[in-house]
Design a protein around this ligand. Structure first.
Ligand code: ZN
Ligand code: ZN
Length: 120
């Protein structure tokens, strides 16, 4: 991995959150003041293609990136875009049984309206 890729992975691992490219760029610039937005985009694409990080695509929102290597699904608020991790071991057991072969990864993003937005 390049210096830039290690930095991007460190940022995602440390925040324990799902950041978009611009948020990652702003944090990366604190460590590498000369880093360009295009460099961040290019490295994010490379890391996602290599499976080092996961790209989360939510319609109408910029892609976000996830460094958590544990299989998990996501719950996204339709109003504010807040995104939460959901660990679903029961579901994984079920899918595993249905597949018959070992599942190496899965993609699951569910929409809802979060409690905060429901109050509005
Ligand atoms: Zn919300
Ligand atoms: Zn996640």
């Amino acid at each position: 991995m390049t210096k830039q890729q290690i930095l991007i992975c460190d940022i995602l691992a440390n925040v324990h959150d799902h950041l978009n490219a611009e948020q990652i760029f702003l944090l990366a610039r604190e460590k590498l003041p000369n880093i360009a937005m295009g460099t961040v985009y290019r490295n994010l694409n490379q890391l996602a293609n290599e499976g080092q990080i996961r790209r989360l695509t939510v319609p109408g929102q910029p892609d976000r990136f996830d460094r958590n290597p544990m299989p998990h699904g996501h719950l996204v608020c339709r109003d504010c875009g807040k995104l939460e991790d959901l660990f679903l071991p029961d579901l994984e057991d079920y899918l595993q049984a249905r597949c018959g072969t070992e599942i190496t990864h899965y993609e699951l993003t569910m929409g809802h309206i979060c409690p905060h937005c429901q109050e509005k």
